[in-house]
Design a binder for this molecule. Structure first.
Ligand SMILES: [Zn+2]
Length: 100
């Protein structure tokens, strides 16, 4: 493969994210789980006739929330991506109930 953005996760020894079992890559017995999560990208619908004062207040509230955050934290609010490995038995349990 070319253009991989996470080469280290393919080279380092890995362990199962759930049970900690050591996994050997390259023999088809490990599962790489990739999760990408993002905030709803749909812009909010604003009715200008309804919210002249409210819009400014809502905007200030968002700004004040962001003030206490680092740039990374603010970014994490809207987009996160991570990956982990599972052993076959943990994978079978996880895939049936990924959010459990
Ligand atoms: Zn496991």
């Amino acid at each position: 493969m070319t253009g991989m953005s996470e080469p280290d996760s393919y080279l380092c020894p890995v362990s199962c994210h759930r049970c900690g079992a050591a996994l050997r890559l390259g023999n088809g017995t490990a599962y790489l789980i990739r999760i990408e999560a993002m905030a709803d990208p749909t812009p909010p619908t604003l009715d200008p006739s309804e919210c002249d004062g409210d819009f400014n207040r809502a905007f200030r509230e968002v700004l004040s929330q962001l003030e206490g955050m680092s740039a990374q934290e603010a970014m994490d609010q809207v987009y996160r991506r991570f990956s982990f490995y599972l052993c076959p038995s943990c994978y079978r349990r996880w895939i049936e109930n990924p959010t459990g």
